[in-house]
Design a protein around this ligand. Sequence first.
Ligand SMILES: CC(C)(COP(=O)(O)OP(=O)(O)OC[C@H]1O[C@@H](n2cnc3c(N)ncnc32)[C@H](O)[C@@H]1OP(=O)(O)O)[C@@H](O)C(=O)NCCC(=O)NCCS
Length: 149
Amino acid sequence: MELMTHRAAGWKIRLRKASDDAQIEAVFRDCLTDFPWRRAHDVELVRLHGLLASNHCLVAHEDHAGIVGFLTLERRKAYVPHLFVHRDWRFCGVGAGLLQVARDMARSPLSLDVDAQNGAALAAYKAMGWYEKVGQVPPREGQRRLSGP
Ligand SMILES: CC(C)(COP(=O)(O)OP(=O)(O)OC[C@H]1O[C@@H](n2cnc3c(N)ncnc32)[C@H](O)[C@@H]1OP(=O)(O)O)[C@@H](O)C(=O)NCCC(=O)NCCS
């Protein structure tokens, strides 16, 4: 079942199926190449697969391109461990769409942690109205905890 459709850009958002996992991993691996400060990519992949198995995951897909982005959600905490959009599909509303559907599922404003060195993501979150709450400490050093609108 589609949870959101962007008719002009052609993508749709739905819940993940197990058969999506290879494409999810491909998007994730490619995005990680832009984060040289994150060295242990194998550890990141283990964490991703653990979350896919135990939490909610939304995917954005397009008929020809396949999976163009995904988000994992710890629904009870309204926390987003992953938000990754294929580089060819950025600035098409995919990230904002995934966050909107996740917010509706959580029925609460969301939070996430972003690497302090990830200037592009920080700019995107700022554009979407995300902000840093005073006193919120991210679990990992070198990250910033953001709250969504
Ligand atoms: C950050 C990311 C998820 C944004 O996804 P996206 O699909 O490109 O974002 P959207 O198209 O929905 O854009 C939402 C808003 O952010 C803005 N935006 C997106 N990327 C931006 C950037 N690099 N710089 C400035 N603004 C940006 C858009 O212009 C839009 O603002 P608007 O509504 O005022 O026009 C995507 O760039 C990405 O996957 N990056 C690599 C992985 C990553 O860093 N993930 C975040 C980990 S916490």
